[in-house]
Write a protein that binds this ligand. Structure first.
Ligand code: SF4
Length: 368
């Protein structure tokens, strides 16, 4: 399985917590950007991909004309005839009915909406430019456009958020019958306005953990499976594109700052729009071929994010060779003894009680 990802590096306005690569949108750039992506795409020479994901930044900023322009070039450059899933991310302020209908007509079967909260004061407190009503309308418009697989992002730990306000967001979204939810805990990323000027009423880590636990219970009662650390889905609606990533599969990323894992190599484009527009095929940086033991450890770390599926060590030993996975197994067994991982038959899984402290555990799987 191989995925295709396109990073759209434009946003209307930077949100206070965000450290993704994006620049303020400028109409004169967007058409040129679509052309630059098509030039980069052509170097892959009709490569077969079975999942497609346009993320960002804000893909819905493209508007219908530039989306059509981009897709015509992409569909000519890649072989996407056996595509199992095509997702487009949208933000509520730019997800117009026309944009959503165009995305559906041009082959997208899944939409991921940056809702973040359905409480206006919470949205405003971190610089989101949309309202709760716009977010609700985006979900309804997506359904109206024919999308049967709708995902929403929510943030836990927003200023002044409590269980009453989080439950309101969750109740509204489950009432709108979405199929997938990504639940991210707010973190103060260095260099962001939020980190430089943290609001006084940020929920503590302890409160954030309690909110996350309650949200997990709520979603469980509403038929969502907690299949990945931050992701919940109705059965059969897990994100196939991201599953491929967590299973260590290949993917090709186009656009500034996009990462790829292709033909045994990992590489990333520079996060520089100007340079990308000038020379879209010459932006690769940080190219590396991981030695087998590091590759096995990285794959183990990604697979452990999958809470139900976990990691089948026999299967890994078969692929990488037993001597290669020996020291990895020692680290995994140590984490089992400490209670961070669970050992079941041939597999390891993250202990569900450790989901919120998974970062240091996963770092130790890598050997850090
Ligand atoms: S819309 Fe998304 S990508 Fe853009 S600044 Fe906000 S969080 Fe970041």
């Amino acid at each position: 399985m191989r995925g295709l990802y396109i990073h759209i590096p434009f946003c209307v306005k930077k949100c206070a917590y965000c450290d993704f690569y994006s620049v303020p949108s400028a109409d004169e750039y967007i058409g040129n950007f679509a052309d630059a992506v098509i030039i980069e795409a052509q170097k892959y020479n009709k490569l077969i991909c079975s999942t497609f994901y346009i993320g960002g930044g804000t893909p819905s900023i493209l508007g219908t004309e530039n989306l059509n322009r981009l897709l015509s070039g992409i569909y000519a450059a890649f072989d996407l005839r056996r595509m199992a899933e095509a997702t487009i991310e949208v933000n509520p302020d730019s997800a117009t009915p026309a944009f959503l209908k165009t995305a559906k007509r041009r082959g997208f079967n899944r939409v991921s909406i940056g809702v973040q909260s359905l409480v206006d004061t919470e949205l405003k407190s971190v610089g989101r430019i949309h309202t709760a009503d716009q977010a609700t309308a985006a979900v309804m418009n997506a359904r109206q456009a024919g999308f049967k697989s709708i995902s929403a992002d929510l943030i836990i730990g927003l200023p002044e958020q409590n269980w009453t306000s989080l439950r309101l967001s969750l109740e509204s979204l489950t009432g709108l019958e979405i199929q997938h939810l990504s639940l991210y805990c707010l973190s103060l990323e260095p260099g962001t306005p939020l980190a430089e000027n943290p609001p006084k009423k940020l929920p503590s880590d302890n409160i954030q953990a309690k909110l996350f636990d309650k949200a997990c219970d709520f979603l469980d009662r509403h038929g969502f499976i907690h299949y990945e650390i931050s992701n919940f889905a109705k059965p059969g609606y897990e994100c196939k594109h991201n599953l491929n990533y967590w299973r260590g599969g290949e993917y090709v990323g186009l656009g500034p700052a996009a990462a790829s894992h292709f033909e045994g190599k990992r590489y990333k484009n520079k996060a520089d729009l100007e340079a990308y527009l000038n020379r879209p095929t010459k932006q690769v940086t940080e190219e590396e071929t991981l030695p087998p033991a590091e590759k096995a450890a990285e794959e183990a770390m990604l697979r452990l994010r999958l809470l139900q599926e976990g990691l089948d060590i026999d299967e890994m030993a078969e692929r990488f060779g037993e001597p290669t996975v020996r020291s990895l197994m020692k680290r995994l067994n140590r984490l089992v003894i400490e209670g961070s991982l669970l050992r079941e038959d041939a597999g390891y899984r993250l202990n569900p009680a450790k989901v919120l402290v998974s970062n240091p555990i996963l770092a130790r799987v890598l050997g850090d």
